[in-house]
Design a protein around this ligand. Structure first.
Ligand code: GDP
Length: 486
């Protein structure tokens, strides 16, 4: 049989490194037959004859040659991850042995699975909706407690439920309009516009909430993009080393040694920070360093969080002033470092300088939505924390402040849904726009059939989140990003 016609897929599901055990997985209508070709049980029993959800001890053989001693797990469809007959071979976890077993399965009639193909089958067989399938990928990739919790909730179906709820409401309205148009004698649309308007507005609010959750969601999933700013020699690298707990960034006494941008990932109390340690911001004529400084400014513009480090033992100057200007309108903290030395800069000096540096002095109360992502709409002074990177003082305080800034102390996952995915966010925006058009049409007194089109657009857009209304190409693209064997 040609490879493409084979319907049973096989892949190594565990990491390709030597380890205690390895799992080779097979799914499809031939899975049991193929397993029987390569498996020898102790009493010569065939796997085909065994009950579902049982585990069997035996050997994998290639003709006369025994390859490994294994445990084989059997799950008959539809009660399996993919919804199809599935066999999992637990073997010893050597790279060579798992490869041999996979090769043997392929020689016996299976086809090598594409990345994510098991999960794709689960989706196509209706075991998972697309938001749950994506949650599987996120769960595997999660780097911290919160990312894990959020993907588990999504896997349990919290996004699917929310989306179906919205879609049901929309379909109810569409059905009503269609019936009324078909049968105007019996079904009246008088006053219906108002009802639909209030329902659409309510749905828009719910969708808006989901869209707004996306920034928190991204932060949960990928970490807080953080830039450490400060003049040369104020202790930025030392701070980074303290946070990392190791000597990774180069610490020297010569101003301007941290030339390029180092990116480091750390987890503080369950949240991840992606820290860019940039070249010291200062007026520089050194061309190499200048490039680093420009990049620092670019990174700072896009960052979720800015940490401005000040050397408390030497007076503030124009360079600090320039950095203060970058902090306005961003989430930021100011660290007064080297507090173990004689302090020439105090908190109140920093406060004064910060306020003096505000480019848009005092028109702050209704600042525009320049940075929607981060709830900064008032020019509030950033928290100023006294630290000593040298003595590791004040670091606990910094951790607590950061956690409070981003998650207001504690995150609750019980009811909250966090959108962590650009695709889902885009679809929500489309649905929102379509509903807005519905509301506009009602207000402009347009006829009913006019807005039923926009209602259907919203319905479709939401359906793409759960995968009900998307094409094969997109499905393939989504699953191609998954890891092998999942
Ligand atoms: P960067 O250029 O901002 O990255 O600064 P570094 O981390 O390279 O530090 C510059 C110098 O300041 C080094 O000699 C550090 O040992 C010193 N330094 C950093 N933090 C402290 C601190 O908290 N107290 C004291 N006394 N010295 C520090």
């Amino acid at each position: 049989m040609n490879m493409n016609e084979r319907t049973t897929i096989a892949a190594i599901s565990t990491a390709m490194s030597n380890s205690g055990i390895g799992i080779v997985r097979m799914s499809g209508d031939q899975a049991f037959q193929i397993a029987d070709i390569v498996y020898r049980g102790r009493h010569g029993k065939k796997l085909m004859e065994q009950k579902s959800h049982t585990i069997h001890y035996g050997y994998i053989v290639d003709g006369e040659e025994t390859i490994d001693e294994v445990l084989v797990m059997l799950m008959r469809g539809p009660h399996s991850y993919t919804g199809e007959d599935t066999v999992e071979i637990n073997c010893h976890g050597g790279v060579f042995v798992v490869k041999r077993i996979l090769e043997l399965l392929i020689r016996s009639g299976a086809r090598p699975a594409e990345p994510g193909e098991f999960t794709k089958k689960a989706f196509l067989n209706g075991r998972l909706d697309l938001s749950q399938a994506e949650a599987v990928g996120d769960l595997i990739a999660s780097q911290n407690e919160y990312a894990l919790q959020s993907s588990v909730n999504q896997l349990k179906g919290n996004i699917r439920d929310k989306i179906s709820d919205l879609r049901n409401k929309i379909i109810y309205h569409t059905a009503f309009i269609e019936s009324a148009l078909d049968d105007p004698e019996h079904i009246s649309v008088d006053g219906y516009g108002e009802e639909l308007e209030s329902s659409a507005t309510e749905m828009m609010e719910e969708i808006k909430k989901l869209i707004d959750s996306a920034d928190d969601g991204r932060i949960l999933k990928e970490g807080i993009n953080t830039v450490i700013l400060g003049k040369p020699n104020v202790g930025k690298s030392s701070l980074l080393n303290v946070l990392l707990g190791e000597d990774r960034a180069i610490v020297t006494d010569i101003a301007g040694t941290t030339r390029d941008v180092l990116e480091e990932h750390i987890t503080l109390q369950g949240i991840s920070l992606n820290i860019m340690d940039t070249a010291g911001i200062r007026d520089t004529s050194d061309i190499v360093e200048k490039i680093g400084v420009d990049r620092a400014r670019d990174f700072a513009r896009d960052a979720d969080l800015l940490i401005h480090v000040i050397d408390a033992s030497s007076p503030l100057d124009d360079n600090d002033f320039e950095i203060f200007q970058m902090l306005h309108g961003k989430q930021s903290v100011i660290l007064l470092n080297k507090t173990d030395l004689k302090m020439k800069v105090l908190k109140k000096d920093v406060e004064e300088a910060y306020f003096a540096s505000n480019p848009a002095k005092c028109e702050s109360d209704n600042t525009t939505e320049q940075n929607v992502s981060h709830k900064v709409n008032q020019d509030k002074i950033p928290e100023i924390i006294e630290i000593s990177a040298k003595n590791r003082d004040g670091i606990d305080r910094l951790e607590t402040v950061l956690k409070d800034m981003f998650f207001e102390g504690n995150l609750s996952f019980n009811n909250e849904i966090y959108i962590t995915n650009v695709r889902q966010k885009t679809a929500l925006k489309e649905a929102y726009d379509s509903l807005r058009k519905v509301v506009e049409s009602i207000r402009n007194g347009m006829p009913e059939d006019f807005y039923s089109i926009d209602l259907m657009d919203a319905y479709e857009a939401l359906g793409s989140i759960t995968g009900e209304t998307i094409g094969e190409d997109l499905v393939n693209e989504i699953f191609s990003k998954f890891c092998m064997g999942k």
